[in-house]
Write a protein that binds this ligand. Structure first.
Ligand SMILES: *Cc1c(COP(=O)(O)O)cnc(C)c1O
Length: 389
């Protein structure tokens, strides 16, 4: 249906540019994994070794590789990104009635993990250019709605609850203004946990995302840049936290040759060796994957340069893995018309997640101003961003 505000020629140009990048595919998915390296070898090797579960050489190798890639001192392998977030929050000393600041525009897992530990979430706005947590919105919220008490902690003036942690997220692999968030969290004595689930291979000022805060978490789900079916990692520079994370993710068993003694309630969160084998083979190709995705972003940027639509770019000092490319349309009507047009014409596209404060489980949570989140939710569309082979 043609409406006066809708420019079908624009949609045609975008869709044909996407098809040009993925010429042999009939329907172009948003993101599909590629297993062209040592995946088969390593997985078969893990099977042959009979160590397919949570003990095995690939799990340890995976952790070493994550240390090398991120520059963190320690990495702990987990079953998925959500469990990594859960453990990071458990290790932050949060009490059930404490509050955690996060962003309204993120995948639901961020807020779910905060809910697992019984904490209340407060939604902070994002920046329009990075799509990640806005340091200015964070500062405004703290200055107007929080106070630091003599015990050294920060409390929410409205609810009286302690604000124990802050969980920003690097949306679609684009690094947010993490250095400013670090400064604010230090000022207010709030523990910083980075949800870097989408940003493996993304850097800010030459430092890998996920290592700016006390802890950072990564996901290796099937749709992420590097996948092992399901998997996660928690990184930290703190030896004590790393030991605690390993302990909690392995059922809190006291290491011993034959005795089964557990000293607290633990979790069965350790990544199985079978998945780790796949992860190691994929991580070997990380640089190649990121180069491939950055090339695609460049091609899109050239193609969309003269069109009346914006392609989200990394900001200065940031190096994005461009996990998912994002377009920003002029308004909701145009966004919806494009979603309809592209999906009918063989190009998979999707809107950004429904804002979390609009979901039933989180509708009663406190929020700062969410002008940018609402603005973006009406306009952002992800376009195919997989590997070109
Ligand atoms: C993928 C993702 C997660 C969760 O990772 P899983 O491995 O699927 O549990 C968490 N946060 C964000 C922002 C994600 O994109």
């Amino acid at each position: 249906m043609e409406t006066p505000n809708i420019d079908v020629d624009l949609f045609k140009s975008i869709v044909s540019s996407v098809k040009q990048q993925f010429p042999i595919q009939e329907f172009i998915p948003l993101h599909a994994p590629v297993f062209a390296g040592n995946e088969r070898n390593y997985v078969l090797d893990a099977i042959d070794s009979t160590y397919v579960s949570s003990v095995g050489t690939y799990v340890n190798r995976f952790e070493s590789m994550m240390v090398e890639i991120t520059g963190a001192k320690y990495a702990i392998a987990t079953v998925n990104g959500t469990s990594s977030l859960h453990v990071a929050l458990l290790l932050s000393g949060l009490q059930p009635e404490d509050e955690v600041l996060s962003q309204a525009l993120t995948f639901v897992a961020t807020a779910n993990a905060i809910s697992y530990i019984g904490s209340k979430i407060v939604f902070i706005d994002v920046d329009r250019d990075t799509l990640g947590m806005s340091p200015s919105a964070l500062r405004i919220f703290l200055e107007t709605s929080a106070e630091k008490k003599p015990d050294g902690f920060t409390y929410n003036k409205l609810t009286g609850r302690r604000i124990g942690a802050c969980v920003p997220m690097h949306t679609f692999g684009l690094p947010c203004r993490i250095d400013e968030i670090v400064t604010i969290c230090e000022e207010w004595n709030i523990i910083l946990i980075e949800d870097a689930a989408e940003s493996l291979g993304s850097y800010y000022r030459g430092k890998h995302t996920g290592v700016f805060g006390r802890m950072g978490v990564f996901s290796f789900n099937g749709n992420k840049t590097v996948t092992c079916g399901g998997g996660g990692a928690l990184v930290t520079n703190d030896e004590n936290l790393a030991k605690r994370a390993k302990h909690l993710t392995t059922q809190a068993k006291i290491p011993h040759k034959w005795e089964f003694v557990h000293d607290e309630i633990g979790y069965n969160y350790r990544m199985p060796n079978l998945n780790a084998a796949l992860a190691c083979a994929q991580l070997e190709q990380l640089n190649h994957f990121v180069d491939n995705k950055r090339e695609l972003n460049k091609a899109y940027r050239n193609a969309f340069d003269n069109l009346d639509v914006m392609l989200v770019n990394e900001m200065e000092n940031a190096r994005s893995n461009y996990w998912l490319n994002a377009l920003v349309f002029n308004d909701l009507e145009e966004r919806n018309a494009f979603l309809d047009y592209s999906n009918r014409n063989g190009v998979m596209t999707r809107p950004v997640w429904e804002l979390l404060p609009r979901l039933n489980m989180f509708k009663n949570c406190q929020s700062g101003s969410l002008v940018n989140s609402i603005w973006l939710a009406d306009r952002v569309v992800n376009i195919p961003s997989g590997f070109r082979v």
